[in-house]
Design a binder for this molecule. Sequence first.
Ligand SMILES: Cc1cc2nc3c(=O)[nH]c(=O)nc-3n(C[C@H](O)[C@H](O)[C@H](O)COP(=O)(O)OP(=O)(O)OC[C@H]3O[C@@H](n4cnc5c(N)ncnc54)[C@H](O)[C@@H]3O)c2cc1C
Length: 426
Amino acid sequence: MSGIVIIGGGASGLLVAVNLLRKSESCQITLVEPNEALGQGVAYSTNDSEHLLNVPAGRMSGLVEEPKSLCEWADVDENTFISRRDYGRYLKHLLDQELSRTNSGRFQHLKARALEIRRGASGYEVQLDSGTSVSAEKVVLALGNSDSIVPEFFKGLPVNSQIVRDVWLEGFTSDFSKVAIIGTGLTFYDIVLSILRENPDAVIHGISRNGLLPSPHLRHRAPALPVPEEARVSAQGIRDYLSSVGDKWREAQDGIRHDLQEIWAAFPETEKKIFFNQYFRWWNSLRHRSAPEIDEQIKGAIQTGSIVIHKAGVDSISFEKSKLALKLSNGSDLRVEQVINCCGNQFVATHPLITQLVDSRFLSRGPLGFGVACDAKTLALKDAQGKTHEGIYGIGPILVGELLETTAIPEIRVEAELVARELLRT
Ligand SMILES: Cc1cc2nc3c(=O)[nH]c(=O)nc-3n(C[C@H](O)[C@H](O)[C@H](O)COP(=O)(O)OP(=O)(O)OC[C@H]3O[C@@H](n4cnc5c(N)ncnc54)[C@H](O)[C@@H]3O)c2cc1C
């Protein structure tokens, strides 16, 4: 069966399929995803009902044309933070809904991993790990996040439940009472709350160089502010503007975020470097906000001493008998029973399929070497000569170099609609 092949069945791949099914009554769609469940990926496969979305329901619709779709499905108001588990169910519902009203033979899910893409008779040939291949007129890469950033000091440490290098891949046990977590972003919040629920007497050390914690959302979201010209032209301009608006920083940042893909695309390489190297951590600590109820729990645990935040780097970790000894860059020493890495994902695309496609010059890496290169207006991917492929598109985290903000649903739903339109247009 030739048609459109979407590689990756997380939220991004599923939303491209949903948009195609809504926009066309005839296109054939093959979704290549090794996992049985579609739409979940790392973010929405959690079974912990207390892992909440970090964006209110009013901004998490999967459909550009129906901004209230999630609120209606979940029967909640726009300021509610629903669980990520329920969000996964909502995404599945969007697909099921489309399949129930169309000829479901137009859609197939191949449980396989794509290993290679070659030019073929009808466009492309996608080689699968099952030993077979699938023909495609057009292909969408929706491969999700790259591997986690694993700091150097993890090298040489044994592989056991006391050392968690990639918390989403490996999972973790909450049996330990003294834990150090490297990284203090939203993943840190998830893990801390899970540990403290299982083990209320645990003491958790959160360690990061800037010591910054995610900021809370307001209980009632205010509209985004228009972006002034001076915040469009340079990294410093963004910093100065956000620093000048006082407690309206959320509304100001929401405005910039809305236009950030455009602002980023217009930045010269030097400005991109400055923003990324000097301001991106700060941007993220403001941008990755937590639900207010989660923020209260975390602040409460800091007050009671269950969480201790260290503004420092980690110089080394070593085993001392059954304990782990951490030397921090501020001179302190810690003794803990478990170390969990929550440093987030790499921006360089580490997916084996992308490595293969870049090595064969079929694709090229994006600005600053991050993700893959694409035409920012159509999301068509570019080859090593900078020439745009007519039939290969990307979506989601693999476009981070070109778009910067491209990992969350408010951006992904727009990209999914755009990619579907482009696929059907040409
Ligand atoms: C813990 C966590 C919480 C988050 N919370 C929020 C939130 O509250 N709000 C929000 O807007 N965003 C949130 N995000 C951002 C989230 O990444 C996106 O919302 C979304 O899940 C990304 O979807 P994706 O499909 O691009 O990637 P993924 O979910 O990573 O899916 C990629 C899929 O591609 C498949 N794949 C990879 N390689 C191949 C291959 N070669 N062949 C076939 N299949 C392949 C994988 O199996 C995977 O299923 C969160 C992210 C995380 C990690």
